[in-house]
Design a protein. Structure first.
Length: 98
């Protein structure tokens, strides 16, 4: 896969994640009490993870040559490894609170 295609797919992953977080944030606005507080904590974790992913993506966009391969690996490891699992679990945890 060439750089352009990889970047496109990476951006799509981030966009999907952003949409999910935005949707959960809207739902959170309708909640109150302990449920809202717990959901907000989970959303804060998701936002921090998304921030890490976005930072890696920015590095990826600006990388070239050997740095491209390093940045690509770092993004891939982050987006498909434990962070990805954590994001999925975090999204599910927030959804289950609602």
């Amino acid at each position: 896969m060439d750089k352009e295609q990889f970047l496109k797919e990476a951006q799509e992953k981030i966009s999907v994640l952003t949409e999910k977080i935005n949707s959960l944030t809207k739902e959170l606005g309708l909640k109150t009490g302990d449920l809202k507080e717990k959901a907000q904590q989970e959303l804060n974790k998701l936002l921090a993870d998304k921030s890490s992913l976005t930072e890696k993506f920015e590095a990826l966009k600006n990388a070239s040559g050997d740095k491209w391969e390093e940045a690509k690996k770092a993004f891939t490891d982050l987006s498909s490894g434990s962070l990805s699992d954590g994001l999925k679990k975090g999204i599910d945890a927030v959804k289950n609170l609602f």
